[in-house]
Design a protein around this ligand. Structure first.
Ligand code: ATP
Ligand code: MG
Length: 747
């Protein structure tokens, strides 16, 4: 994947935005368990009372609290509460809120901001608890031991109905301090400020009841309010998730589009040398299947692989905040998970690579059979081919089954781990709740965070499945993209002289195919004057096609130079060179479409008369216009609905429409019968008067009339001259000519 990172640059901003959104999503997902714990802790257990600081309390209660507060603390409390009585402004509104006001004055909290509440929480918490506790003892002295075991004197001995507070008020300040120290010690054992606040919340609730406030409304409104907040947070999470999904799809599809675009662009610039490195089928697979793999991996990467560490680390931090003492439960789960993932993947991942290779093999057999269908049938090899395909197919199936069986284990084991951790957390947590060192809601939240950690690991595991595959594909695509194009436009291009004279000169040209051990062409020297026709002849494999492919620079010479009109062809722009050459390849190639669309490939704006004239010269009129649709006749892919000779004539007509100064015909008369061949050549001479023409042919008759004939053998020019000269001087030529002329006589 690293090799294609540079193609991700245009998506960098989108990637960053996605990561930002993932943080939003993670934040929302991590806040939800927290709110849930609040519903349980505050909403249910504390009756919706959030803190130990009551928004209002009876004067009588406050006076009782004051009995136990040191002076500093008392001053702090008095600074934040104001006493409301019958003559206070706004009495009516207060009365509605706190009906007890009709009977006695009420202290009302003047400022309920977070800072004040936090500051007053421990003071009021303890105060409320002491008063609440003593009130309980008053009504039931038997509870005294349980509530305040270290009081120094046994309250349970008092007769029921004793006014404890009157008694306490009569005591000296130091005696009261003694009691409050004893109570404080008791609080220290029940575990921290949080526990005090939670315990005090009960007292606050009782006070609200005494004030005549509707406490069940306070509770339900707290739960509804928190629930609504949770819905809002869930909504934010949903929006973030959808946006990330949208961006991920956009990034992945965009990357796929760009890679395909660059791949196609690159392949279009390939010279023969590069085409020799990659097979056509492989290039097609790379631009489709491989890019799809990358696209899928990219999508999953943005949505899950990036998200996993964010949510995983976040969940661990939040979980530890909720209950630091239970860290080891998560650690245990993570270790077991990693163990499972490593085991499963060390078995499965090597098989993934095997699967890719087996798919390749299956494709190969399928492709070979499809393209070689006729041969398979002609040799009656269907049963063998079927066996070969079956073998590959069964191999692939077996490997796939194996991998899937291994993966079947993952889900149940995962669930087992998840449930095991849940039980463990419940077990450990329940003990802590019993000891009042943890709140129920916090335990539930911890459990949810543990699950998020487990799922984060699962998402990371996805990476192990996708990455090896995507990596193979990315490398295959990068191999094409990183290929150096050997035939390029010159850095400082020259122009052909005007007017252009199509004279061609080969100067000590030698050529070696890439990766070949020996030169294919050796020391080729010849020149063609403007307007001349030359013939190239030679046995099969003597290098004729190789030689003429050098002229339009399908390959570059490896030694010497080729000049056209005195300019080295490597010094002019490729388009300028190729625009001047009409090339008819040895293998005719037509595109899917109509006859007309194929002809117009050479010149989109050619008029009807030009097309007809070209067809006439190419001797194609007869078979085209005998069809009902004429030039609108459909051409199927590769032109297979035309015969070999018809295809050749169509490709010739196509080249003729281009009207270029140089024409190269590579063996393109070979499929024509002698008569058509002769007619075509005659018509060509008229049509292409004054143009330089190179004709490659094995037939002496085709090139006999040329101004010059070059005979090639094993990549060397062995004879050069006119037909008559060669008949005199060149033994090889004479032998070929005589054998063919005899044949001609026979026909
Ligand atoms: P024919 O009359 O059959 O068309 P030819 O004279 O045109 O033959 P070329 O196609 O030029 O022959 O091939 C000459 C030699 O170069 C052959 O021996 C072939 O093996 C080799 N050759 C051709 N194309 C390549 C290639 N792309 N890579 C490596 N070697 C090649
Ligand atoms: Mg050839």
């Amino acid at each position: 994947m690293l090799r294609i990172t540079k193609y991700m640059k245009p998506f960098l901003l989108m990637l960053l935005v996605s990561v930002g959104l993932l943080f939003v999503q993670a934040d929302a997902d991590l806040t939800l368990p927290d709110y849930m714990s609040r519903i349980v802790n505050v909403g249910i257990q504390q009756g919706g009372v959030e803190s130990a600081v009551p928004e209002a309390l009876r004067k009588s209660t406050m006076d009782r609290i004051f009995l136990f507060l040191p002076d500093g603390a008392r001053a702090e409390v008095e600074a934040h509460y104001k006493l409301v009585g019958k003559y206070t402004a706004g009495y009516e509104t207060y009365l509605q809120k706190y009906p007890v006001l009709a009977k006695e004055p009420v202290y009302v909290l003047t400022n309920a901001d977070k800072k004040t509440v936090k500051q007053l929480d421990p003071i009021m918490g303890k105060g409320m608890l002491i008063v609440f506790g003593i009130e309980k003892i008053e009504s039931n002295p038997a509870q005294a031991k349980q509530l305040m075991p270290n009081m120094g004197f046994d309250l349970s001995k008092l007769p029921p109905g004793t006014d404890l507070f009157a008694l306490l008020a009569k005591m000296s300040a130091s005696q009261r301090a003694q009691i409050s120290t004893a109570i404080n010690q008791r609080f220290a054992t029940i575990g921290g400020e949080k526990a005090i606040v939670q315990a005090a919340a009960q007292a606050v609730k009782a006070e609200y009841d005494a004030l005549g406030m509707n406490t069940s409304k306070i509770q339900s409104s707290y739960i509804l309010h928190t629930g609504a907040l949770m819905l809002l947070i869930a909504l934010i999470s949903v929006i973030a998730t959808i946006s990330v999904g949208y961006l991920a799809a956009k990034i992945a599809a965009g990357l796929g589009r760009d890679l395909r675009h660059f791949l196609f662009e690159k392949v279009m610039r390939f010279s023969g040398a590069e085409f020799d490195r990659f097979s056509t089928a492989s290039l097609i697979t790379r631009s489709t299947n491989d890019i799809t793999q990358i696209q899928t991996a990219m999508m999953i990467m943005v949505r899950m692989v990036f998200y996993a560490p964010i949510i995983g680390i976040g969940a661990i931090i939040h979980a530890l905040k909720k209950s630091p003492s239970m860290w080891w439960t998560i650690a245990l789960a993570v270790i077991v998970l990693i163990g499972m993932i490593v085991t499963v993947f060390s078995i499965a991942v090597p098989k993934f690579k095997l699967i890719q290779m087996l798919i390749d093999k299956l494709n190969l057999i399928m492709r070979e059979n499809l393209s070689g269908m006729m041969v398979v049938r002609a040799f009656s090899r269907q049963p063998n081919e079927e066996k070969r395909f079956d073998a590959a197919n069964v191999d692939l199936t077996k490997t796939n089954l194996f991998v899937n069986r291994v993966f079947v284990v993952v889900m149940p084991v995962m669930m087992l781990i998840l449930n095991g951790v849940t039980i463990l957390i419940l077990w450990v947590g329940a003990h802590q709740v019993a000891q009042s060192t943890m709140q129920v809601g916090d335990m539930i939240a911890f459990m949810q965070y543990a699950m998020q950690v487990v799922f984060a690991f699962l998402m990371l595991a996805m990476m192990f499945i996708l990455f090896p595959r995507a990596d193979v594909s990315a490398n295959r695509v990068a191999d094409v993209l990183d290929t150096d194009i050997t035939i390029l436009n010159p850095p400082q291009p020259r122009t052909f002289p005007a007017p252009f004279k199509p004279a061609i000169e080969f100067e000590q040209v030698s050529f070696r195919y890439p990766d070949a051990k020996e030169d294919m062409l050796h020391d080729i020297n010849f020149s063609i004057q403007a307007g001349q026709t030359i013939g190239i002849m030679g046995t099969t494999g003597s290098g004729k096609s190789t030689l003429i492919n050098l002229i339009p620079r399908f390959y570059d010479v490896t030694g010497g130079a080729i000049h056209i009109d005195g300019v080295d062809i490597r010094e002019v722009p490729l388009e300028a060179l190729r625009d001047r050459i009409g090339y008819v390849p040895q293998r005719s190639n037509l595109f899917a479409g109509t006859v007309e669309s194929n002809l117009r490939y050479a010149d989109e704006h050619a008029d009807e008369a030009t097309l007809r004239r070209a067809l006439e010269v190419a001797q194609a009129t007869e078979f085209i216009f005998s069809k009902p649709e004429g030039m609108r006749t459909e051409v199927s892919q590769g032109g297979i609905n035309f015969s070999g000779g018809q295809r050749q004539r169509l490709t010739i007509a196509r080249a003729l429409i281009k009207r270029s100064p140089v024409y190269i015909f590579d063996e393109c008369f070979s499929a024509l019968d002698y008569k058509t061949d002769a007619q075509l050549r005659r018509a060509l001479h008229g049509y292409l008067a004054n143009r330089t023409i190179i004709i490659v042919s094995q037939r002496v008759a085709t090139i006999k009339a040329s101004d010059q004939i070059i005979v090639l053998d094993e990549g060397r020019v062995i004879c050069k001259g006119t037909h008559h000269e060669l008949m005199e001087t060149c033994k090889v030529y004479r032998e070929i000519a005589l054998s063919q002329l005899k044949q001609e006589a026979l026909l």
